[in-house]
Design a protein. Structure first.
Lengths: 118, 145
C-alpha cells in the first residue's frame, strides 16, 4: 500500500509538501503513547495517532517510521510540521476517528507487525 | 565523575521544544559511520527514552557517546531527583510522571524497560536528591545479545 493509497482511503490531507507518495507502507501501528510506539512499532511503517506534539515526529524519526496520520482532524503546530519536513517524514490529517482510520486501512489489507497477515 | 567520550550533548530539563534533538543528532552521527540501520534504531530508541527521562525529571544533564568498531556506548548523567527504587522503576507500567507528561505521550512507565529492551547492557546508578547515571551499550554484532 502506497502513501497515496493511504491518503485516498482516509480522505486525508497532506500537511507536508515533500516526500515520495509512492513509497510502500507495509505495516502500521497506532497509539497515543510514544513509549509504546518506541517499544512495539516496526521500521518503515505508518504511525496513526491523536497526539500532535513535536515528540511524535521525534519518535517517528528514531523508530524509522515512514509517515504519520493524525486522526480526528487534529493538526500539529507549524514548528512540528517544519520539523517533519526537515526530516522527510510526511504528515497527513484525516477527519476519521482512530478506530475508523485503523478499520479502513485494515480492511484494505494493511496490518501491524503482530497481527494476522491475511 | 568525568566521562571520556567521543562527544557530548547538553540537556536542559523541561525543554520540551528540543527534547529528542540529542538523540536525533546521535542518530545522524551513527548513520554517517555506516552502522547497520537495525543497530542505529536500537541505539536511537534507547537514547531517546533516556533523553526524555532527563528532560522530564532532571534540572539538566549530559549525554556522552562513544563509538568503537564493536559497540556504541551512551552515558546520561543528570542532576535530578534520583530514583529511590530502581527495581520498581524497571517495571513496565510503573511511572511517577505527572499528567502533563502523560498528555505528551510519555510517562507511561515504559522508558527504562524500553532502554533495556534495546540495549545489550544497561547500568543505572542513582542517588536520591543528587542525580542518576544511565549507561547503556549496544553491540554492533548481535552475538552479544
Amino acid at each position: 500500500m502506497t502513501l497515496d493509497d493511504i491518503k485516498g482511503i482516509l480522505g486525508a490531507l497532506a500537511l507536508t509538501g515533500r516526500g515520495d507518495m509512492e513509497i510502500d507502507i507495509g505495516r502500521a501501528y497506532c497509539a497515543d503513547l510514544m513509549s509504546d510506539v518506541l517499544a512495539f512499532s516496526v521500521t518503515n511503517s505508518l504511525l496513526i495517532t491523536g497526539l500532535t506534539n513535536a515528540q511524535v515526529v521525534r519518535t517517528a524519526e528514531v523508530a524509522d517510521i515512514k509517515a504519520i496520520v493524525f486522526v480526528q482532524n487534529k493538526r500539529p503546530d507549524i514548528q512540528t510540521i517544519a520539523m517533519a519536513e526537515a526530516k522527510n517524514i510526511p504528515l497527513f490529517v484525516t477527519e476519521l476517528s482512530m478506530f475508523d482510520t485503523c478499520g479502513r486501512l485494515y480492511e484494505r489489507g494493511l496490518r501491524s507487525q503482530m497481527g494476522p497477515t491475511v | 565523575m568525568t566521562v571520556n567520550s567521543d562527544g557530548v550533548f547538553f540537556l536542559t530539563g523541561k525543554d520540551f521544544a528540543n527534547a529528542g534533538s540529542a538523540s536525533s543528532n546521535l542518530k545522524g552521527i551513527l548513520e554517517k559511520r555506516g552502522i547497520p540501520a537495525e543497530v542505529i534504531r536500537r541505539a536511537s530508541i534507547a537514547a531517546f527514552e533516556a533523553e526524555m527521562n532527563v528532560i522530564i525529571y532532571a534540572v539538566a544533564g549530559m549525554m556522552h557517546y562513544t563509538i568503537t568498531p564493536e559497540t556504541i556506548k551512551v552515558v546520561l548523567q543528570d542532576m535530578g531527583p534520583g530514583i529511590p527504587d530502581i527495581g520498581l522503576a524497571m517495571q513496565e507500567g510503573y511511572s511517577t510522571a505527572p499528567d502533563y507528561i502523560r498528555e505528551m505521550g510519555f510517562g507511561s512507565g515504559m522508558g527504562l524497560p524500553n532502554i533495556k529492551r534495546n540495549a545489550d547492557k544497561l547500568t543505572i546508578n542513582s542517588v536520591v536528591g543528587e542525580g542518576t547515571t544511565v549507561e547503556f551499550v549496544i553491540s554492533l554484532e548481535r552475538s552479544g545479545r
